[in-house]
Write a protein that binds this ligand. Structure first.
Ligand SMILES: [Zn+2]
Length: 140
């Protein structure tokens, strides 16, 4: 249950230490209150849903699989777009999350295509979107 808190704490420490530069104009503190919804995605059936953040694992209402917390700015590809879903799943597996909107100044944009992901990950080990726990067992 402390996992989410721990993640937030580490992110905050990194941000304060300046090892990850964040444009303050774009940094969005998490809103408080019950209306705060966050995008989750199920890679098994390629669906997304918005739920309040929770330490409990979220079960996909469509297939009963695991729905992963993607971040507030995540936009799900169309469910029929297998390549884009593979890309999103690969990025998630490598620890990328989608908590911020828009491209960040001076930060490489996320890859457009699935086939670009491996090289992108190799070349951007400290990418600011890469703040989640990697889970390579999820690689498509
Ligand atoms: Zn599902």
């Amino acid at each position: 249950m402390a996992r989410g808190d721990e993640k937030m704490r580490r992110m905050e420490l990194r941000r304060q230490s300046g090892s990850r530069t964040v444009d303050p104009a774009r940094y969005e503190p998490p809103p408080k209150g019950p209306r705060y919804l966050i995008a989750h995605a199920c890679f098994a059936c390629r669906s997304s849903l918005k739920r309040q953040p929770s330490d409990e694992p979220l079960v996909c209402p469509t297939c009963g699989g695991h729905a992963y917390e993607m971040g507030r700015a995540f936009k799900a590809p169309p469910s029929g777009d297998l390549e884009q879903w593979k890309k999103v799943q690969a990025l998630y597996a490598h620890g990328f999350r989608f908590g911020r909107y828009g491209p960040l100044e001076g930060v490489p944009a996320l890859p457009e295509r699935y086939r670009e992901v491996e090289q992108f990950v190799r070349e951007n080990p400290e990418h600011p979107h890469r703040y989640g726990e990697p889970d390579e067992s999820l690689l498509p």
